[in-house]
Design a binder for this molecule. Structure first.
Ligand SMILES: [Ca+2]
Ligand SMILES: [Ca+2]
Length: 269
């Protein structure tokens, strides 16, 4: 950095500290002008991305069916349990209620977004209606070959931790599914090489859930996936599956209840 020319008169003993400080200040200005620090991912999406989709849920659902949330959302689990309201639009909020028993599958609500780099911002709240509420946000590409059900990657918010996982080249790669299932069937631990390999595909950090509203930002840049809550980066992980060229469906899932609002999907490229 050519700081010298900016401060030609500085020749005191503080010369270097002051220059270092000035350099940092200039960097700060540069980031502010850019609209994003390297880890302010919401600002990164807003300044570099194109808004692909937005939903504030200010409406009523039209029923319990596959397309009844409206605005392009699809519920993959709706028709498995038509008598259960798994997605209720109420008070301008998408209130998700997973009934795995009735549907034979945890709730899965998706929107066909599609980007290589970019991400999602939304607000969520665990309403405290069930014990151990969880929330999963991720991506599925059903057009992908060699991967079980097109599972790409997920951020999983549990009561005490948050995990990022590359499913595409990890537990849902068909080769891995086949090998892993033998051990699961026999209820045996995975062999060390397989276990070590799968460990590289995910990252878990401690976190404590509560019953307040929170801002969530999930982004993809190159082979990196990053999750921020309330503007603070919680966890980042790099894995080849995160670089998948089309994060096609934005998928929302939950073990029981979670409320969602203000979903925005941004494409950077
Ligand atoms: Ca409703
Ligand atoms: Ca709303």
């Amino acid at each position: 950095m050519k700081i010298h020319s900016c401060f030609p008169a500085l020749q005191s003993p503080w010369h270097f500290p002051f220059q270092a400080f000035a350099a940092l200040a200039l960097l700060g200005v540069a980031y502010a002008q850019d609209g994003a620090s390297p880890r302010d991912d919401r600002a990164w999406l807003q300044s570099k991305g194109t808004l692909l989709f937005e939903d504030t849920f200010q409406r009523e659902e039209t029923g319990n069916g596959r397309l009844d949330i409206g605005n392009g959302w699809e519920s993959a689990t709706a028709d498995r349990a038509p008598q259960v309201k798994q997605a209720d639009l109420d008070e301008g909020i998408l209130k998700i209620n997973s009934d795995g028993k009735a549907a034979g599958h945890g709730v899965h609500i998706h929107y066909d977004a599609g980007f290589a780099e970019g991400g999602t911002t939304l607000r969520f709240r665990f309403p405290g209606l069930n014990k151990g509420e969880t929330f999963t946000v991720g991506h599925v590409d059903r057009e992908m070959q060699g991967v079980h059900a097109g599972h790409l990657c997920y951020a999983i918010l549990n009561p005490a931790n948050v995990m990022l996982r590359d499913n595409k080249t990890g537990i849902h790669a068909e080769k891995i599914v086949a090998r892993r299932s033998e051990f699961l069937k026999r209820k045996e631990p995975l062999p060390p090489d397989l276990d070590a390999f799968l460990q590289t595909k995910e990252k878990t950090v401690q976190w404590k859930s509560d019953n307040e509203w929170h801002d969530l930002t999930l982004v993809f840049e190159g082979d990196e996936m990053r999750l921020s809550v309330d503007g603070k980066l919680l966890v980042a992980h790099r894995s080849e599956g995160f670089a998948h060229p089309v994060k096609r469906w934005l998928s929302l899932a939950a073990s029981s209840t979670v409320w969602v609002d203000d979903v925005k999907v941004w494409k950077v490229k």
